[in-house]
Design a protein around this ligand. Structure first.
Ligand SMILES: *[C@@H]1O[C@H](CO)[C@@H](O)[C@H](O)[C@H]1NC(C)=O
Length: 349
């Protein structure tokens, strides 16, 4: 009798577990720019770094890791929401190895873009090189888990891409190299072509779960507002419109790729609307300030200008949407990650 009860119990347990195990994502694998770089730039020679205080002052252990925030970034929260781990390490960080990377890794580099010319500006890791690192990671993973398990693991892992703002704000609108050659419309198409080639390559390498992020309301980043200081520091409408257009085009391309790549689960994650809603109604989300950043004067500081010698840094970053003039606070990252997990990424859970 007792034996039957135990068996019944095991059976029920098993039945209850099936939906969960069949949907499991064993790892989050990340590509992109500073929005999702946990510290790869610490290991390369660029001026674009953030592995010093006050960056990271609200991170696990208060450690400045190279994340461009006071705490965790969106992909850390996504990893946690998927029940994997609370933070995703940087691929180039020598303190981690394939055992850690097997459950989540980021190849992202702050300051990079789809366009090779963007990563050249601050000598950071080009997007194509992130793919090279990913291939190296795949072969290490096969060595670690064996071919069959590794291939299955890669197929089930969620591949996240978050990039593109720098192509406009650090490249197109600053230097003539691209803007003299391409209209905004043509440049958007050029970037989207690079994005689709990247997705195709991921697919050809065995990835089946892929999410690509659109652009944020980049005209509302504090640094951009500062350049608009003679016009009341309003958001730069033109940049926001470019982001909206880009996101629409990307959505169209994502639809096309879903048709083309059989068996792919491909989604676009869009934080544009949520972030704009937060910027327009900060108090609804518990923020006091949406216009300037916590670090320094909040008008222009980031990277080395946002350091512990800067006397103006705010005491509670939770009151601010932005941590430095270009990057959200941990609290903003958590809200955006939660939104993305419950909407675009819901089908992967
Ligand atoms: C970017 O550079 C890499 C390496 O040189 C090259 O393979 C790739 O074709 C370039 N991408 C574009 C869009 O020009």
């Amino acid at each position: 009798m007792a034996c039957k009860v135990v068996r019944l119990f095991l059976l029920i347990n098993l039945l209850l577990q099936i939906p969960e195990t069949s949907a499991i994502v064993p790892a989050i694998i990340v590509f992109g720019d500073s929005t999702v770089d946990p510290g790869n730039n610490n290991q390369i020679s660029t001026v674009l770094k953030s592995n010093f205080a006050p960056y990271g002052r609200d991170f696990l252990g208060g450690k400045p890791t190279g994340r461009f925030s006071n705490g965790r970034i969106a992909t850390d929260f996504i990893s946690e929401a998927f029940g994997i781990k609370p933070d995703i390490p940087a691929y180039l960080d020598p303190n981690y190895d394939i055992k850690d990377f097997a459950t989540g890794v980021s190849f992202a580099s702050a300051g990079t873009g789809y366009d090779n010319a963007t990563s050249d500006v601050l000598s950071v890791i080009p997007f194509w090189k992130e793919m090279e690192y990913y291939k190296e990671f795949q072969s290490k993973l096969r060595g670690y888990l064996g071919d069959d398990i590794a291939n299955h693991h890669l197929r089930e892992s969620l591949h996240l891409i978050s990039i593109g703002t720098n192509d406009f704000l650090e490249n197109y609108y600053i230097f003539p190299t691209r803007s003299s050659k391409y209209s905004v419309d043509e440049y958007q198409n050029f970037l989207i072509q690079i994005a689709s080639n990247f997705i195709r390559e991921l697919y050809n390498l065995g990835a089946r779960k892929i999410a690509i992020g659109g652009l944020p309301p980049m005209g509302c980043l504090p640094l951009e507002r500062t350049t608009n200081i003679f016009f009341g520091s309003e958001c730069i409408e033109e940049f926001n419109n470019v982001a909206v257009d880009f996101n629409k085009k990307l959505q169209g391309r994502v639809m096309g790729l879903k048709q083309e790549l059989s068996g792919v689960q491909l989604v676009q994650t869009n934080a544009y609307d949520k972030l704009l809603e937060m910027i327009q109604n900060p108090s609804q989300f518990g923020f006091e300030n949406a216009e300037t950043a916590c670090c320094g004067t909040g008008l222009f500081e980031m990277s080395y200008l946002c350091d512990k010698m800067n006397p103006f840094t705010c005491s509670d970053a939770n009151n601010y949407i932005f941590w430095d003039s270009f990057h959200p606070t941990e609290k903003t990252n958590a809200i955006l990650a939660d939104h993305v997990v419950k909407n675009a990424l819901a089908e992967f859970r």
